[in-house]
Design a protein around this ligand. Structure first.
Ligand code: AMP
Length: 282
């Protein structure tokens, strides 16, 4: 595996591979890798000849400076973890990525960014749109793999690819969880042992909502069951619990057979912001 930290070096290698007719898969990450990321890399490996993983904690997508500072970083462990899995790990510095300053281009993802993460994290999706566009232009992958864990981010990137005609096929992997159900996240490293137990309540809550919606179409009843489940744990500060349409990500007020919905949750545990979701076919 090559460890590259300049745009020039990675573009040179990609150019060589493309000359040989090889296909490139791309997995953008913020590092502190776990099994969820590793699964994305495996998916890329089975879809493409070469896999590039980027590790870049992108300052422009953090709306909270202390969240950016506290974000877990462990580049040596990341390199070890990917050694036999990826072909390139791309680890640019902030200066390398933003050598011309913070881009003046601004993204507006319309209705998709007015809900959930967009509502609670001002400017977040502009930062995501900017960095993903830059990385797509640098790596020029044939396919890019993302996780359902960040379902709104995936919807935003689908729109970005459509709007800007990136010739890239997107792949979405399902959520990888620990044996108890907690969605793996780099941020979990900041949870205390007790916090990790408390955080399980998020998964429990979205499942309670999902189970109820499988047998009853009464959305507000299901929603309140989920809310009560969260209230059982005093150490959770809820940002949102939402039942949304899987395509538009806007709140649903009624459901019928055949609908695809997602139950989404975001909350703080131990001062760590966690998100999770459950896809449901009615
Ligand atoms: P991050 O490093 O958190 O920015 O995530 C990089 C990619 O990994 C994103 O596409 C995430 O959706 C995906 N990802 C993060 N956690 C998981 C997980 N538990 N299961 C599957 N994919 C994940």
């Amino acid at each position: 595996m090559l460890v590259l930290d300049t745009i020039e070096a990675i573009q040179h290698q990609i150019f060589e591979w493309k000359k040989q007719g090889l296909t490139i898969g791309f997995v953008p990450t913020m590092g502190s890798l776990h099994e969820g990321h590793v699964e994305l890399v495996r998916t890329s490996n089975s879809a493409c000849d070469k896999t590039v993983v980027s590790v870049f904690v992108n300052a422009t997508q953090f709306n909270d400076a202390s969240d950016f500072q506290k974000y877990p970083r462990d580049i040596d462990a990341d390199i070890d973890q990917l050694a036999d899995l990826a072909d390139i790990i791309f680890t640019p510095s902030h200066e390398e990525m933003y050598s011309n300053g913070i881009p003046s281009v601004h993204f507006n993802f319309g209705a998709l960014e007015t809900v959930m993460e967009g509502k609670y994290r001002a400017g977040h999706f502009n930062g995501v749109g900017t960095v993903v566009s830059k990385l797509f232009n640098i790596v020029q992958p044939d396919k890019a793999v993302f996780g359902q864990k960040d379902i709104q981010q995936y919807a935003i990137i689908q729109q970005l690819v459509r709007d800007l005609s990136f010739p890239i096929e997107l792949i979405c992997n399902s959520i990888i969880r620990n044996e108890k159900g907690l969605a793996l996240s780099s941020r979990n490293k900041r949870l205390s042992v007790k916090g990790e137990e408390v955080a399980l309540q998020l998964y429990k809550a979205i499942n309670i909502v999902g189970d109820r919606l499988k047998s009853s179409s009464k959305i507000s009843e299901a929603y309140h069951l989920g809310l009560e489940c969260i209230k059982e744990e005093q150490d959770i500060t809820l940002d949102y619990l939402e039942i949304v349409d899987a395509k538009t990500l806007h709140e649903v007020t009624s459901i019928q057979k055949g609908d695809e919905i997602v139950i989404c949750i975001a909350a703080f545990v131990d001062d760590v912001r966690l998100i999770d979701n459950l896809l449901l076919s009615i």
